[in-house]
Design a binder for this molecule. Sequence first.
Ligand SMILES: [Zn+2]
Length: 235
Amino acid sequence: MAGVHAKTITSILYRDFLLLMAPHRALLAAAKFLCYLQTLSLDNRPARWALETSKQLPKGWYATLRRDLLLLDIDVLTWDYRLNLALQVEKALWIKQHVELELCLTWSRMLVWRHHPFPLHLAIPPKPALYLSLPRYLARQCARLRTSAHHLAIEHYRVGNRRRACHLRICQYCDANEVEDEYHALVTCRDTQAIRDQFNVPPRLIMKRSLTIPDRAAAEFVAAIFRHVDKRFEP
Ligand SMILES: [Zn+2]
């Protein structure tokens, strides 16, 4: 089975399991702690006095935090603490992680490059990817889609002796003469039309929320497509 770069898979897993990378989590925790300290009163809370002291130190905890947050274009010296600092930091970190891990390499290849009218901004996901909570046989097929671990020509002809240039990885099961990627198999291929009719899932639904499989019906549709594709490779 073909696959994508380990970096891509890592980024997908971080995204789907709702993980910020460890240094980012540490920075977020520090920002939350600073928010907490700012809410304390100066009159009778030693922790707040300690904060005011460390603000004077050139290399203290506060100085380090300020330097790290400046990289996110957030300056704690001028920050208005009526706004939620931690939330802004978390948003900025999600975007930073998104760029660092080059999330846009595979599943999003078709979504971002073909369909997205403007550059994708990664929002803070409210919860882990839905497919992770589905029954195992469905979750497995969705994970295959997310990580490009499937037999479609775009991946099948990526590796080893089989390798062909991208534009030559044509679908051999219909006469459209298109590259057989995820979009082709799910949305346009004549060979999988029967499955689309059967499930009545508008493929747009899967595409719309750029990196998610929106519901169980969509997951069952994806599973049916992959079962169909796998059958071509059974002896
Ligand atoms: Zn086709």
